[in-house]
Design a protein around this ligand. Structure first.
Ligand code: HXC
Ligand code: NAP
Length: 284
């Protein structure tokens, strides 16, 4: 686990929504390596069962339970079950999400709800359910919300996701202040492109779109799940205990590439720069 002490997360009980696949699974694997006890949830029980079976070797503890985070009653049952199983929860990772690309004018109300209900309502329900219990029990804890870089900027063609993730970011920053007095920390990660099956099948379904995604990244590549998992491990660990309300971007510089007004000059060749230099120095 690279720079981390083996017992960085020893005995911390960590609940990850959407922990059966993709980045949720990668975070779970890293947390287990660092001594955590894991609970994973998602809608598909067979996926959770397989993931838990594959991760739960060498004495690593993985509990799973199917749960649709859009349903507050199911979220309550999940949190109760995890507490019953482990006796406590120390960290909640709100990672479950839904998303797809579409021109906004093509969306039906049900399509909007599909994304908002998972991302915004699901995150809110889990946050409330766990937070109320921590406050009642006087138990300190950390909540890590997985957002996106366009939670801050907005983005066309994924507008329900952008609106929902912006809401989650607001939740993160709001509760960082309101719940700090209970010892509850809020942090978030804003990932750039990480080619998970779930994201790529819905957002970059052709080689051309995938290449465009890579071309936008100054570092010239997509992220690896382990890179994100290492960041998550630090953020939920006690070494990040003074971080509260922060969103950490991990995107190879992608969003800044789009933001800087002159960044397209990256495409200018050396010869073209010679000519441009002549033109721009003319005023002297
Ligand atoms: C337009 C669509 C659509 C699409 C579904 N709908 N997919 N509309 N384009 N591609 C519409 C349907 O027609 C329907 O509306 C409504 O949405 C609900 O569809 P269901 O299939 O019934 O929804 P449901 O089974 O609830 O599934 C939710 C989902 C699905 C979000 C649509 O994709 C899902 O389960 N996703 C979970 C995993 C996921 O999305 N992972 C990616 C996360 S990546 P009508 O009106 O026809 O009934 C991410 C950030 C990436 O979040 C950033 C990248 C850099
Ligand atoms: P993923 O594998 O599709 O992960 C989404 C997970 O959420 C799945 O395990 C899914 O499991 C679960 N989920 C969806 N709807 C749910 C519901 N209603 N209730 C409970 N669980 C539900 O995609 P990923 O790329 O790993 O995404 C993980 C997180 O990273 C998301 O928050 C996403 O927005 C964020 N992110 C990803 C990228 C990227 O490039 N990959 C970039 C920015 C942000 P079930 O289908 O079994 O329910």
């Amino acid at each position: 686990m690279g720079p981390f002490a083996k017992d960085l997360l020893k005995d911390k009980v960590i609940l990850i929504t959407g922990g059966g696949t993709g980045l949720g699974r990668a975070m779970g694997e890293a947390f287990l390596e660092l001594g955590a006890k894991l609970a994973i949830a998602g809608r598909r029980e067979e996926v959770l069962k397989q993931t838990a079976g594959e991760m739960g070797t060498d004495g690593k503890e993985v509990y799973f339970k199917s749960c649709d985070v859009r349903d507050a009653a199911q979220v309550q049952e999940l949190v109760e079950a995890v507490e019953r199983h482990y006796g406590k929860i120390d960290v909640l990772v709100n990672n479950a999400a839904g998303n797809f690309i579409s021109p906004t004018e093509r969306l039906s109300p049900r399509a909007v709800d599909a994304v908002l209900n998972i991302v915004l309502h699901g995150t809110f329900y889990a946050t409330l359910e766990v937070g109320k219990r921590w406050i009642e029990a006087g138990h300190a804890g950390t909540m890590l919300n997985i957002v996106t870089t366009y939670a801050s900027s907005g983005s066309g063609f994924v507008v329900p996701s952008a609106a929902a993730k912006a809401g989650v970011l607001a939740l993160t920053r709001s509760l960082a202040v309101e719940w700090a007095r209970y010892g509850i920390r809020q942090v978030a990660i804003a990932p750039g492109p990480f080619p998970t099956e779930g994201a790529w099948s819905r957002l970059s379904p052709t080689p051309e779109l995938e290449q465009k995604m890579v071309d936008r990244v100054p570092l010239g590549r997509v992220g690896s799940p382990e890179e994100l998992a290492h960041l998550a491990a630090f953020l939920v660990s006690d070494y990040a205990s003074y971080m509260n309300g922060e969103v950490v971007t991990i995107d190879g510089g992608e969003w800044l590439r789009g933001a800087g007004q002159f960044n397209d000059l990256l495409e200018v060749t050396g010869e073209q720069w010679d000519r441009l230099a002549e033109l721009t120095r003319k005023g002297k």
